[in-house]
Every structure is written in C-alpha cells, then in structure tokens.
Design a protein around this ligand. Structure first.
Ligand code: ANZ
Length: 815
C-alpha cells in the first residue's frame, strides 16, 4: 500500500521530490488543472540550521500548497536560500581574529579572566572604537563585547569540531556548509518544494547576481534610487550604516530629530572652564518643543552626570554628554567625522549655577539648576526648563524655590532661583495659559519625585497642548501650536540659536556589540518616501488579500511613516551595485522581487545551489543581459539581440507568465514593516502598469512559542527543525504545527500535541496493518444494501456535488 510508505522510502526513490517539480504547461496544451498557485516563504539566512520558528512560518505555505493541489491546481513551492548581508562575513572575520590572537585551536582566557576584561571594557562604553581591519589589535574588542562567548565557542555549541570550525573563517564555507543541511532538513519534513529552483544569493551565484543587477539598473532608471547625504543609523565600529538585519537590539528604530537649543555661557566662566575664556561656549539642550522656548526660566543639569566640553568645526565649544557628542561628530558638527576633540571633562556640579543667555525667553539671564531625573541615554543630558508647559520642570523649580537647604546643597544663591516665575506662552483649552501649573495643582503633585502623577500630568497637557494649544506670545499671537512649531524651529536655526540634532529613537546595538549613532552618510538609497511610489503601493495593498485586518493596518501605518532606505553598503556579501561597484546591495534590498527569479531559475542554473552545474537550457550567466531579463519579465517586449535561441527565450518567458504573480507570501509579522512592505513597493516599481504581476496575498503569523514559552537559545527552550524531526517524526511535527495557531497572535507549539499526534498515527497504522493482514478472513461476495449505503456516504463526503454521478461507478454486482 503506497500510502503508508515512509517519507524516507519515498525520498530514496526520488518520487516525492519529482512529484513537486512542476513546470508551466506547454503552449497549446489544454491544462486539465484548475489554474495555478505559487506560494513563497522569505528565503532564510544561511548562518545556521533552520529552527522551529522558520518551520512554523513556512508550514503556512506548505499547507496552502497541499490544499491547493487537492483543488486540482498546478502548484509551485520554490525555496531559495539567502546569504546576502553582514553577519556571515562578520562571523568569519571574528574567527580569523580569534585564531590570530589565540592560536589554533584557540586557547581562550578562562571565564574569570573574560569577566575581568568585560568589566574593564565597560569602563569606557562611549569611546568610539575605530575599526582598523589591517591591524588586529583594536578590532579584537569587537569580538568580545556583548557576551562572554567567542565565535569559536558558538560554533562548538553547534556540534562542530575544531578541525571543521577553522574552515568557517572563509565566508564561502558557510555557503557550502549550511545550504545542503537546510535542504536535507526540509526534505525530511517532506515539504512540497520544487528543489530544481533552489538557489543561493550573492555573487557566488552568477545568475542571481545578474538578475539583481538588472533589477537595480531598472530601479535607478525609474528614479527610485538616489544618492546623497542621509541621516542613517550607523555603527562607528563597523564604520558603516547598521540596518535592521545587522542589529542585536533596536529593530525598526530610526533617527529621532531634536532641536538643539544653544544656551550661551556668560561671564564669569566657572573654574573648570577658565581655559575656554574668550571662546563661544554653549550648553546645548535637546527639545521636541521649540515653540516653548519663549517660556524658558532656567537650564537643568544633573549634578553627578559626566559631561564633556568639545570643539566644533568653527571653534565654538558645546557642552553635552559624551554619548550626544559622539552622535554630533557624525553629523558634520566637528572638524573630523567621527572625532569630537574633548577640551574639558566635567561633572554637572562643575557647571551648576552658571549664568546663560538663552534664545527667545524674556529673562535676559537664566541659570543652570539641578534636576535628578535627567536621563543619560536621551538628548544631551542638558535640559531646558519651561515650567509653564512642562510639569516636570514646574515641579522641580518649585522644589528648589520652597527648600532653601536644597539650594544650599548645590551652592545656589537665591537670585538664581527665586525671581523666576513660569511665563504664559500657550493657551491650552481647559488648562489656561500655564497648563503645567494647572495640571500639577489638579493632580496635587507635591514634588519632582511624584513620578507617576507627573507622567499622568504630561500625558494630559502634551497632547492637548499640541493639537489645541494657541500661542499667546506677541510674535505668534493667536496661531495654533501645530502650525508654528516648524516655523519657530526654522527661525531659531536661521538665527544660529539652534541646530538640528539627531539620535536613534531608542538604543540600537549592532551585531558587533557597538552602540549605534545617527550619522550623515553619503549613500545610495531607495526613495520609499516618494509620494507617487507610495500611492502606487497603497493601490497594490488595496487589491491584495491580507487575510486579517490587523495585517492590513500594519501595512498602512508602515506606509505612513516609511521614508528613504539606504540600500548600499561596503561590508558583507552580496551583489555589487552595477554603476558603483565599490558598494554592495544590502540584504533587504536584494530580496524584494526575487520570487520572479524562481520561475526561471531551474532552466538557467544547473541543479546546484550556486548555478555551477551545467545549465539545463545551455545559457551562461553572461548571456543574461538586462535586455534578456526585460524580455522575460516585461509584457510586449521585442526579441532582444542575443545568441540565446528564440525558442529558449520564449520558454523562459512562458514560465514567468504562467507562474507569476505570487499567490501567497507567508512570513512572520515582524517582517511587515520592512521586508514585506519593500516587497510591495518593488513590485510596483518593476511592474507599474501590469497589475497582473502584483502579489495576490500576504499572510503574516505571530511568533512561535514552544510549550507556551518564548523560544530562546540561551534558555534552552529551543528546537531546530532537525531536532523536532528526530523527536516527533515529520508527521508528528506537522500535526503539532498545524495545531499551533493561525492568527497574528503568538502561536504555540505544544510538544504533548506532537506526541499525541504521533501516537494516534501509530495506532491507526497498526489497525490498518491488522486489517490488511486479516483480509483473507473477511466476508466476500455481492455487496449488501448496507455496503452500498456505506460507500455512498463516503463518496458524498469526499465529492459532495459530484457524488451522484460518481455513485454509478460503485454499483458493483447486485445482490
Ligand atoms: C522643552 C520642553 C517644553 C520640553 C515642554 C517638554 C515640554 P520625550 O518626549 O520623552 O522625547 N528632555 C530632553 N532630554 C532629556 C533628558 N536627557 N532627560 C530628561 N528629559 C529630557 O522628551 C523630550 C523632552 O524631554 C524635551 O523637550 C525635554 O524637555 C526633555 F513644554 O524641552 B522639553
């Protein structure tokens, strides 16, 4: 009985695989099927084995393909493997460094020594480490921070021996090692994949490489790719932009813009700053509310926080935290990018009670005063105070006014504090012209330590202030806050009283364990902010099935904020930009329309991952010119000039025409704000007027929990695909996957479910074996009435409408 042969047996015979090798029907032949269905899963990154999380998402394609096949459709499930980007190269470089420093096999310092080194490193968290690839010394820091483990030890934990590990110092080794394992694991799971179409990305595969170059040439011609200085999340250690895939923390975090208010230090300079006499020295405060600068009464510094006075390009001096200075030196503030010359190191108390001149406020002189809730990780650590509109500021100023000992503690005189009253600048309906004061009174806030109530007060007044607030200061009397915010910011910048400053919205850590900054970088970028392109993508979204409204809303909100996206980089693996080959195309940019490559991959590249086998249609990668790709992918193209025979070209085009568009793309929901949105954008850019090539549906699932807990390598609650197969067999695992969950909420793989499923299958198999073995002992002869009822019922269940006509076939000999 064929049905019960094991997957292994089928695989050995090659039957199962061949079953899923599907081509477009020959032209002119009547296709008996009910149409076609193509499902794709984002090709996984080849720096390790596939795990159960991958398996869960790809099972959505697998099950859809199974279902659609039963509907009689011609179904295609192709499966590529991604190698583009930084991590593989970064890991192989780490191995190289570890071997050069610790020998082969490496003798690492003991845990205790590592701990000490880590502590020593932690002393200088803000020091930028310049990566000098030629010299091993400085870069070795990169290999060690962020955990005690060395790359070598990580490889050991994958079960690799020393003699194998050293080979991974060559990035190409990763590309020959992991892809066959991915394929083997997936085959053991029995996925319905057409393996002839599998490929690797990067220039190790000249066919894919040529395809991506074609895509980028066309994007550039269509003005989708631009060049210029952009604010980008950047890793000083790696000396290049740090995109989502290259981060160990801070996914989807972008640059946050602040207005940096320059508060000029007045004479006499404090002791510590005497050496700067004669220079323009500014305390700089980061604010999101430039329109409130009319109401400044003082400037906050944290008495114990460390600050630096550093030199700007024009010779002026700024005072801020090191962290902020490090950001500024990548934004053209200082003479040399990446360098902020520190003139004086300070703590807050060194600059307490100093006189300042601040822009727009009616107080000619204001003073620095202490605030203990200033955060080190935000802005510059210097905060301007607007007690009329900021509850925190009002509470802190009132504390100082009410408590003489508090003033004395920080050596402040009464004149620095007592004369300063909140200035009415904005009228907020229901709160009046001193909204922060009103809110603090209403909530009975006693001091700056009432943090919970202060938070509530801020929530109350900020939103209302922004949407409904009206200016009362002379310059902008009667105008809405919303409308003047940008105008006032521009005015401050033009008067040189403020500058624009950027920093990551939240902390971003690169995979090389570096805290990232925002840098102005010359780069090629995809202009996802372009209004026309965005509108087209919205149009695509409106005709696409997202299965749930959640997913659609998620796409919509991404479209609202998405802007330029840097697509070039200088380190890693990938395809070179055709017109500027010093750059590589990064991993979220070479992965947007590659599903179209699947339709022809098996005809171009030999059945080997990187296309190094003989080409089935005898086409070399060199022959795949941009015009040939145009012919395959675009409607109504004339035959290109090429020595590829016309029939061969037609065959390629026909495969594409038959399989495209993608009917289903399934992935984790975390890819909606990046990969999946880029996927939509790029389909619009490449096929702007041929909607028949636009994706039909995207299905996004939640994360997979394992036995109701987060999957994590570090806690051990983790299963690779190979582990799961070993434990539960393909069928046990597949049953539990199907049962894990179907929505955008987190799904749950329950091991008991897999075991129970396996047991039930086993019992069923035993029962069948028994029945088959005892076949001889059963009643034979003509069908009884009951036999026919039973058969009839089965047929109805299986075929429903067609049942009646089919019943004739089961008449059998009459009683
Ligand atoms: C003037 C102002 C007026 C402010 C006003 C607020 C309201 P979010 O929105 O959380 O990003 N700030 C800046 N750096 C800070 C730091 N290191 N620690 C604590 N507070 C800091 O906060 C931005 C606002 O928080 C900034 O805008 C600044 O106060 C303060 F009616 O400036 B604001």
């Amino acid at each position: 009985m064929n049905f019960f042969r094991s997957r292994e047996k089928c695989r050995e015979g090659g039957e199962e695989q061949k079953l899923f090798e599907v081509d477009a029907p020959d032209p002119g032949t009547q296709d008996a099927g009910e149409g076609k269905f193509m499902a794709t899963f984002p090709y996984p990154y080849m720096n390790g084995r596939l795990h159960l999380g991958h398996t869960f998402s790809l099972s959505k394609c697998e099950f859809a393909i199974g279902y659609q096949r039963m509907q009689g459709k011609r179904c295609l499930f192709p499966f590529g493997l991604h190698c583009t980007g930084m991590p593989i190269k970064a890991c192989s470089d780490k191995l190289k460094r570890e071997m050069s420093e610790f020998g082969y096999p490496p003798k690492f310092p003991s845990e205790e020594e590592q701990q000490k080194m880590k502590l020593a490193e932690a002393q200088v968290p803000d020091e930028p480490v310049i990566v000098d690839k030629a010299k091993g010394k400085k870069t070795k820091l990169a290999a060690k921070t962020g955990g005690l483990r060395y790359q070598w030890q990580i490889m050991e934990s994958l079960g690799l021996s020393d003699s194998e590990i050293h080979k991974f110092a060559d990035p190409d080794h990763w590309l020959s090692y992991f892809p066959p394992l991915a394929k083997e694991d997936l085959q053991s799971m029995g996925v319905k994949v057409d393996w002839r179409r599998t490929f690797l990305t990067t220039d190790v595969n000249p066919y894919y490489d040529s395809f991506v170059r074609w895509q980028f040439l066309r994007l550039k011609e269509r003005d989708k790719i631009k060049f210029g200085k952009r604010y980008t999340i950047f890793s000083p250690r790696d000396n290049q932009p740090c995109m989502d895939h290259d981060r160990s923390a801070g996914e989807n975090v972008g640059p946050q813009e602040y207005t940096l208010i320059k508060m000029k230090l007045l004479q006499p300079y404090p002791e510590k700053l005497k050496s700067l006499e004669g220079r323009g020295v500014f305390l700089v405060a980061a604010t999101l509310r430039p329109e409130t600068m009319y109401g400044q009464t003082n400037c906050w510094v944290h008495p114990e926080m460390k600050y630096v006075a550093f030199e700007l390009e024009n010779g002026d001096v700024f005072i801020s935290t090191r962290r902020a200075a490090r950001n500024m030196c990548y934004q053209d503030f200082t003479k040399k990018t990446g360098d902020y010359p520190v003139l004086v190191e300070l703590v807050g108390q060194d600059i307490m009670g100093v006189p300042l001149s601040a822009p727009l406020t009616s107080y000619k002189i204001i003073y620095t005063l202490p605030m203990l809730t200033i955060k080190e990780g935000k802005g510059t650590g210097i905060v301007t105070s607007v007690p009329s509109d900021a509850p925190d500021d009002f509470a802190a100023l009132r504390d100082l006014k009410n408590k003489q000992p508090f003033r004395a503690k920080y050596h402040l005189t009464d004149e620095m504090v007592l004369p300063f009253e909140p200035i009415p600048i904005i009228d907020v309906p229901a709160f009046g012209t001193l909204s922060a004061v009103t809110a603090c009174e209403q909530l009975k806030i006693k001091s700056q330590n009432d943090t919970v109530k202060l938070q509530e007060a801020k929530e109350k007044v900020y939103l209302k202030g922004f949407y409904e607030g009206v200016m009362v200061v002379d310059d902008y009397k009667g105008q809405k806050v919303q409308n003047v915010k940008k105008m006032i910011q521009n005015k401050l910048v033009q008067q040189k009283d403020a500058v624009i400053y950027m920093e990551p919205e939240k902390q971003v850590i690169s995979r090389s364990a570096d805290e990232c900054v925002v840098a102005l970088c010359d780069q090629w970028y995809l202009d996802y902010g372009d209004a026309a392109w965005k509108d087209k993508t919205r149009e695509l979204l409106s005709c696409m099935n997202t299965y749930t409204e959640d997913v659609r809303r998620n796409f919509e909100s991404t479209l609202d904020w998405l802007h330029e996206y840097a697509c070039s980089r200088s380190y890693g693996l990938g395809t070179k930009l055709p017109w500027d080959p010093q750059y590589l195309i990064e991993s979220l940019s070479d992965s947007t329309i590659y599903m179209s490559f699947y339709t022809v991959a098996h005809l171009l590249q030999g059945g080997v991952f990187n296309g190094s086998g003989p080409s089935p249609l005898n086409i070399s990668a060199k022959q795949m010119t941009p015009e040939v790709w145009d012919y395959i992918f675009f409607k109504d193209q004339a035959m290109p000039k090429t020595d590829i025979p016309q029939n061969t070209l037609k065959k390629l085009k026909q495969e594409f025409e038959f399989w495209y568009p993608v009917d289903l793309r399934a992935s984790g929901k975390d890819l909606i704000p990046n990969h999946l949105t880029y996927f939509l954008y790029n389909h619009c850019a490449i096929w702007p007027s041929d909607k028949s090539k636009w994706p039909k549906s995207v299905r996004a699932n939640g994360f997979l929990l394992l036995n109701s807990e987060k999957m994590s390598k570090s806690t051990g609650n983790f299963l690779t695909l190979a582990d799961a197969l070993k434990r539960y067999s393909a069928d046990g695992m597949r049953l539990a996957l199907a049962d894990s969950g179907d929505t955008i909420e987190d799904a749950n793989f329950v091991e008991k479910m897999a075991e129970a499923g396996l047991l039930r299958l086993y019992t069923f198999l035993e029962w069948v074996r028994e029945i088959v073995a005892n076949e001889k002992t059963y009643r034979t002869g003509p069908y009884t009435y009951s036999d026919r009822v039973l058969i009839g019922e089965k047929v109805i269940l299986v075929f429903e409408e067609e049942a009646l006509s089919l019943l004739d076939m089961f008449q059998g000999p009459q009683e």
